[in-house]
Structure formats: C-alpha cells, structure tokens
Design a protein around this ligand. Sequence first.
Ligand code: DX5
Ligand code: ZN
Length: 224
Amino acid sequence: MSRKNLMSPSILSGDFWRLGEQITELENADVEWLHIDVMDGVFVDSISYGMPVIRSLRPRTSLVFDVHLMITEPERYIKFISDCGADYITFHYEATKNVQECIDAIKACGKKAGIAIKPDTPVSDIMPYVEQLDMVLVMTVYPGFGGQKLIPECFEKVRELRTFTESKGLTDINIQVDGGINTDNVTIALDAGANIIVAGSAVFKESITENINRFGEKLKQSAL
Ligand code: DX5
Ligand code: ZN
C-alpha cells in the first residue's frame, strides 16, 4: 500500500507578503504538499487567486501542488491550471454538469484527478466516479473561507467513503479533509480514513514549524 498520511497546508491562510519565506519554512519542516485554493466569487462568495500565483510559485518549490478549484464550470480552466504547474486538480462535483469531462480533461493533461464534495452532498453521488480518481476531498466546512468551525458529521462521510474504497480494493486512493482541521480533531479525521490533511489557520497562525511538528506527531501516531 503506497498511501501515506500527509499534511497539505493551505496558503489561503498565508501572509502573502512573506509567502515565499513561509513556503520555505514548510519545506524545511518536511511538508510534501501545498494546498492552493482557487475561488471565483461565483461558486463560493470569496475570490482568492489563480493561474499567475500558481505559475510564479511553481519554479521555486518542488512541493506537490494540490489545487482545489472552487469555481463554477471547472472544465473551462483545467488545462490552464495544469499548464501553470498543478499536480493534483480537484474540482467540485456541485460545480459542473460535466463530471466525466472534467476527469477526462485532468487525465489528458497527465495530472492527478480529485473530486470535492460539500458537507451536504452525499458520498453516494460520487461513487460512480471513484474508481477513476486519485483523490476525493470531503469538505468539513462549507467551502469559501478559512478559519471556520469544522462540521463533525462530515467525518461519517469520510468513514463511508473509506469503507467503500476498501471494498473495491482501491487501497491507494487519497481521501482528503479540508476545513476547520486542527491538532485537536485531526486524529478523528485520520481514524475515519482520511490521509491527506488540509489545514490553513491551524498551520499559519504563530509558528508554522511548531504547528507542523504538532500535526506530524498526530499523523505518525495514527499510522502506527
Ligand atoms: C476553504 C478552503 C480551505 C481553507 C481551510 O473553503 O477550501 O482550504 O483554506 O482553512 P482552515 O483550515 O482555516 O479551515
Ligand atoms: Zn481547500
């Protein structure tokens, strides 16, 4: 089994004046992934950043770029996001009528494909696609902003999804959780079957290195 428990810190909570420095600090703390939230002000209320930011970070770091698209009709942007240097491209099931087309477009770019679901979208909606995916993102808050409180009922969906993927023999698929994750609740997420942990505010507030180390301890304990 090649699945690993990993952190994917969300730069949405970063300090954009010092973003380069903060990414270097993450790398020095042995982080392997970087979560990049792209918001369009339509699928979610807020607007974040997009292609130019991804493009300018790409040559500066070898972190895996885990791009979370919170945009309507993501099929319009998959190729551009890929060309900017994304490694994983995750789109929202609720944002498109063309789920299969989106998966195919990501794969055609040679990238890893993920589908994200909001807290009120049942896991059963995406089951027909799971075998083709590299990752499923189970949102643990309603997407749109960092710093929200986690909705604990979402962990049940993680459990349901991991049970389903195991029953299909899909042992390598990543299950990601995103929203309100901190060192107090991360073990519940891991125990439910999540292995990629997104955290924004819990990583970027105060010391990044200390926060990553605290998360690292929990991830290690759960892997035992
Ligand atoms: C929210 C984003 C998250 C956000 C998480 O819609 O998808 O990635 O940055 O931030 P925290 O960890 O602060 O909830
Ligand atoms: Zn996200």
